[in-house]
Design a protein. Structure first.
Ligand code: ADP
Ligand code: MG
Length: 313
């Protein structure tokens, strides 16, 4: 019998997607950062992400406030990746009985702070018992029809851009795993790029957020847009702090940028002649959209691999 580790997270999602048809009113069901429902002038965006103790956070490293913060950020990052704005949030959470009230409240304080910062109201949810702390946040948002940016909107000839440093979150995780100290700030309290996304949405083609590494996100854009991509190794932005962490741990930080994830930066494509329109957000050009194949270019041309997969670690 095949196991989930044989087909991976995305293999499973493909099988799930095949079971549900796209009905009238559903502009996009499974297969992007958010589901998209059609209204009159706008699209409604819906997304949900679950965080499980031990997999997505570790109580020894993160405070409850930081866990609450992150659970909201990861969802709003998906809304940002469609070019939209978050509006409403629903929080479902499982606690074990011995959890202290103050701990539980701190989680919600972190959620409240992130929601307030990004303009979302939490309006409901569900609370239940579970041995592992599990948090699911669902977000409803909106986007003007002309601003919707899908994974499938890339065009041959577009340049591929990223909004900021990559590999910074995984660097912190690896430090904790190694029992070392250093640059862990971003891993503990990531941010998302809602403001940048809103500025660029009217001018760009495809967009996705970085949850599983640049390599995985470029693959999603290529699959959905039915195009190929070339990424230039030397153009991938990796900060000095992340490089130093790589040196300390003896790991090439490029691996974190390509196959790590949780940076919640944006990867987007834009025709090169429109680049001046988004100069104000300092886009970093890392490659271009080609007809087919996915390559990492250095002195030689290599195949670009996959990204982080929850069932194939
Ligand atoms: P992201 O990393 O942007 O949160 P995912 O890789 O988790 O996106 O999901 C990709 C697509 O698959 C999305 O459209 C999502 O809604 C869908 N999806 C993931 N898991 C499930 C599931 N259990 N049931 C239905 N759809 C799912
Ligand atoms: Mg996403």
């Amino acid at each position: 019998m095949k196991k989930l580790s044989d087909i991976g997270e995305f293999g499973l999602i493909e099988k799930i997607a095949a079971k549900f048809e796209s009905d009238e009113g559903i502009y996009k069901g499974i297969g992007d950062d958010c589901a998209v429902l059609e209204n009159q002038k706008e699209y409604t965006l819906l997304t949900t992400d679950m965080l499980v103790e031990g997999d997505h956070f570790n109580l020894e490293w993160q405070t409850p406030w930081q866990i609450g913060w992150k659970s909201v950020i990861v969802n709003i990052s998906d809304i940002a990746a469609m070019g939209g704005l978050p509006e409403w949030g629903l929080v479902s959470i499982a606690f074990s009985s011995d959890v202290e009230v103050e701990f539980a409240e701190n989680i919600f304080d972190g959620m409240a702070e992130a929601s307030k910062k990004l303009g979302m109201d939490i309006i409901g949810g569900d609370t239940t018992h579970g041995n592992l702390l599990t948090i699911n946040v669902a977000v409803i948002g909106k986007v003007e029809k002309e601003n919707l940016c899908m994974r499938g909107d890339a065009e041959i000839g577009d340049v591929i851009c990223v909004s900021g440093d990559l590999g910074k979150s995984w660097a912190g995780l690896e430090l904790f795993r190694a029992g070392e100290k250093g640059y862990t700030d971003y891993y503990l309290q990531p941010d998302c790029r809602l403001e940048i996304a809103r500025k660029i949405a009217p001018h760009i083609n495809a967009m996705i957020d970085v949850s599983d590494g640049l390599s995985s996100e470029v693959r999603h854009i290529c699959d959905e847009s039915k195009v190929g991509a070339e990424v230039e190794k030397n153009k991938i932005p990796i900060s000095e702090k992340t490089r130093k962490t790589g040196k300390k741990l003896g790991i090439d930080p490029l691996k974190w940028a390509l196959h790590g994830g949780e940076d919640f930066e944006l990867v987007f494509t834009i025709p090169p002649d429109r680049l001046p329109l988004i100069e104000n957000v300092n886009p970093i050009v890392v490659g271009k959209i080609i007809e087919e194949g996915r390559y990492l270019i250095n002195s030689e041309k290599k195949k670009l691999g996959g990204g982080y997969d929850h069932f194939n670690k």
